[in-house]
Write a protein that binds this ligand. Structure first.
Ligand code: ZN
Length: 224
C-alpha cells in the first residue's frame, strides 16, 4: 500500500466489499475473514469468451468469481450505488488470478471495455476503467483504455438473448490508433462476463487493428 492509500484508509476506514463490516485501516484486501471463507471462487482455468466455436476473437477469459449472491450484490453496489472504491480489491484479486493462469510478462498493455460517454457522465465513473488503471499499476503495464472507444450508444443488454446482444454490440467499438495496438498482447478488463458478446466485439476490433493477443479478465462470470 502506498502513502496515499494508507491516508485514505485512516480517514475512511475500509469496509468489507461484501458485508460492509469495518476492517483494520491497514487491510490491503477489503474482505473480512468471514466473507473470505465463503467466496464463490472460480477455479484457475482459462474459459472461452464465446461459446460459439467459430467466434472467439479473444484468446481466452479468466474470472475471479461466480456472479452470484454476495459477489453479485457487491458488483451492483460498485456499479450503481456509488462504491467506486471497490476497484482496488477487485484489481488485486484479478492481478493474482491472472498470474496463476498466464504469464504476465507476455503482455504489454491493459485496457478496459469503454462505456458510452453519456453513461459515464451519469454514473460519474467507468467501473471497468477504474479496475484497469489499478491493475496496470499492480502488473506494471501501460494503461491504454483511451485506445478503445465506444462509437455508439447500445441498449442495456441484461434482458436480451445472445443473438440480440451480438447485433446490439456489432460496430459499437473502434480502435483510436491502430498502430499502437499492432503486434501487442493486451489484457482486456470488464466487470462481468455473461454471453461474452461485448468482450468478443472488443476483441474483434483489436485483432482487426493488428493486436497479436487479446486476453480478457473479468471480476465475475454469470456462466454456469
Ligand atoms: Zn465481509
Amino acid at each position: 500500500m502506498n502513502f496515499i492509500e494508507r491516508l485514505v484508509n485512516i480517514v475512511y476506514p475500509p469496509k468489507c466489499i461484501f458485508c460492509q463490516k469495518l476492517l483494520d485501516h491497514d487491510a490491503a484486501l477489503h474482505i473480512c475473514s468471514a466473507c473470505y471463507l465463503k467466496l464463490p471462487l472460480v477455479e484457475n482455468r482459462i474459459l472461452k469468451t464465446s461459446l460459439d466455436e467459430e467466434e472467439n476473437y479473444c484468446d481466452g477469459v479468466v474470472s475471479v468469481f461466480e456472479y452470484t449472491g454476495m459477489v453479485k450484490e457487491s458488483l451492483i453496489r460498485f456499479k450503481f450505488y456509488n462504491k467506486p472504491s471497490y476497484y482496488r480489491t477487485y484489481a488485486r484479486l484479478l492481478a493474482d488470478k491472472i498470474g496463476k493462469v498466464t504469464d504476465v510478462k507476455n503482455y504489454q498493455m491493459v485496457l478496459s471495455v469503454p462505456l458510452h460517454k453519456h453513461k459515464e457522465f451519469s454514473r460519474g465513473y467507468n467501473q471497468a476503467r477504474l479496475i484497469s488503471k489499478a491493475l496496470s499499476r499492480l502488473l506494471k503495464k501501460r494503461e491504454c483504455s483511451y485506445l478503445l472507444k465506444r462509437e455508439r450508444y447500445t441498449e442495456a443488454q441484461s434482458l436480451m438473448d445472445k443473438q440480440k446482444r451480438n447485433q446490439n454490440v456489432k460496430g459499437a467499438f473502434a480502435v483510436v490508433s491502430p498502430n499502437k495496438v499492432k503486434g501487442k498482447a493486451i489484457l482486456l478488463v470488464d466487470d462481468i462476463l455473461t454471453t461474452g458478446s461485448t468482450l468478443e466485439e472488443c476483441g474483434r476490433v483489436l485483432k482487426q487493428a493488428g493486436a497479436e493477443k487479446v486476453f480478457a479478465v473479468v471480476v465475475a462470470t454469470g456462466r454456469k
